[in-house]
Design a binder for this molecule. Sequence first.
Ligand code: ADP
Length: 749
Amino acid sequence: MKSRLTPAICVFWMIQPWLLAGLLVGLLRWLMPGSALSDNPGALLLLAGALAMVLSIWLGLRLSRGLAHLAQASHALAQGRVEQRAPSDLSAPLHAVAEQLNQLARTMGQTQEHHNRLMQQSTTRLKAEHTRLQTLNNEMRAALLQTQAAAESQSALFANLSHELRTPLTGILGYADLLRRSALDPEQEQYLDTLDKSARGLLTMINDLLDWSRIESGRLRLNEERFDIHEVVENVTTLLAPLAYQKDLELVRIVYHDVPRWLSGDAQRLRQILTNLLSNAIKFTEVGEVVVRIMQGDADERHVWLDFSVQDTGVGISEAVQARLFQPFQQAGHSQGGSGLGLSISRRLAEMMGGEITLQSEPKKGSIFKARLPFRSAGRADDPPPDWRMRGSKVWLLEPHPTARLALTHWLSFWGVEVISFDSPQGLAERLEIAQGLPTLVIVGFHTDEIESLHPVLKRCGDRKPPLLALVASASLDIQLRLRALGAAACVPKSIDHQALLQVLVDLSTQTASQRPLARRRALIADNNLSNLRYLALLAVELGLEVLEARDGEQALALYREHRVEFVLLDARMPRLDGPGCARAIRESATEGSQPRIVAISAHLEPDERRAFLDAGADQILLKPFDERQLLNALLPAPARQATPSSRLLGKDPEMLSLLREELPLQRAELDSAFAADALDVARDAAHQLRGTAAFYHLGHLREATNALEERLRLVAATDDARPECEAVHRAIATALTEIDARLAELAD
Ligand code: ADP
């Protein structure tokens, strides 16, 4: 309606001055008829034009003022000043526009007010939310601090508890070890084994818990040291090999030759990771193989990345379980005890080192655990070059297991040996039969149940031509003895470390049958501990002796009376008739011209016991542990040794003192390197050796210190825990060396 009116208003507005002017002229003619003006249409037109102009100007001015007001009002509106209004006294058409504008301003004002109200409400709500979040944040921070404090006190509690638990446990282990040295029947031995196994399992669990709490509380620190990667891997595999062999599993270790030998990093933690992965692989595999591989991954200017993989053909792990396996205390359905912490610890250690552990597995097919870890290369210019002592020699290798064959061929080629491999005994036996030139050595690797199939090969290698080295997947000394009796020149476990293997190869390739020093002579060995007995028998066979075995003194005496052997090796403590008693009885029963050589054997003898043994007729006392060479020296003493003065006089013999002066630092170095490598068994042996030396030379302090160290090493799980005792041994050695130097100086004067 308004829009239709607007053009009419405009037209009216335009003609309005003319209408007014016309009206005015009409008015003048009516008021003044006959006047000159009313009769003059030109003047009238002029007047009307002038009036219309004046009116137009006046109207124009009014209009523009009104428009300016409207423009001002709309400008204010555009800027959001909704309170400003257009004036209401404008002329009609502008008044309508002003009204519209004012209406718009009012509506906008209301909308703005509504928005402001909404904004205010939102701001209030946001402020409340912010305050709530802040409070929550503060509460969470307080809770976190509380949790941290709780975790710290929990880890301290763990540490204390673990210590408290470890002390009695190591006591149990120590007493079990002491018990083992006494005469036990097979049933008691079995009980003792179970007790020992349970206590060791518990100790491992406690150590795991302690490690985990150290990791969780951030107290576990990594060390950096230079180490030999072969040594670490071989330590771990050698230690766990008996477990694999017990289950008839093939355990293969492959370290590829591009892996740098000397590295810098935390060797102890690497050992821990590998031990966990490997022991799990053996634990959860019943048939087949476990393969440990080490390959070089990427290398940048700072790191050498190594890829470790432990692959088994065991039960495997389903995908659902894999997802949570690295969480603490998680086990798959097939767990066999254990803390459920091993994998979590391993993964966290790997992450702390900057690496990772991943898993591929399929149920019933097996698993591959892979650890990718960074180390620093630590080779030095003075590192020993490759050992070429076997270079150019020819080895025929029989190893039915392809991965084990590959691993062995790898090493042999590295040493410059020419290898021809066979995968069946028949193939090798035929080749031995028809070959023109024989190899330097024959190496056969096999499982215990395959011995029968080896007979043809062993027969061809009779009389040690060529010498046959047997690598057995068995910890059993019986098997080793059987193989030696069948003609193998040497027999070593498959897990043997590469240095020792090389040494065996060198020895075999340079030694011939006629060099066996006690060939075709007979010995009687008596020891109530079966494993000691087997070990002794093996050493004796190694020297060429034919061996009779006895488990107690009475049996030994009976065997001697029957066979009249040339050598007798007697353990000191035996049931029914002890070592000295047996020695005396043998001396009495032997005729003047056929007295045997009697060697007493013991891990430790007090001076009184030593004297009792010698008085009973023993020719020499040999302290365990000893090797083939020491046994030979005891059985066939060199003339100088025969004239060895009694130990009481040793202190006055400059030659013996000089020998001791040289020996002590060597034995100390052995002990130190065992500690550095955290090799408990080696450390125990080294301590034992030192104790023997100390006892022999009447070094009271040193004997006490080594005694304490040896006892301690039996109880602890890591050499580090026996550091104080080791330091005491160091001090005792230092004192002994000073005394020896003083004594030598005195004797020189
Ligand atoms: P545990 O002390 O129980 O062995 P781990 O953390 O080392 O703790 O292992 C956790 C679980 O993972 C084991 O109990 C076992 O169920 C599973 N597992 C680990 N390694 C293997 C493997 N090689 N094959 C099959 N299952 C495995």
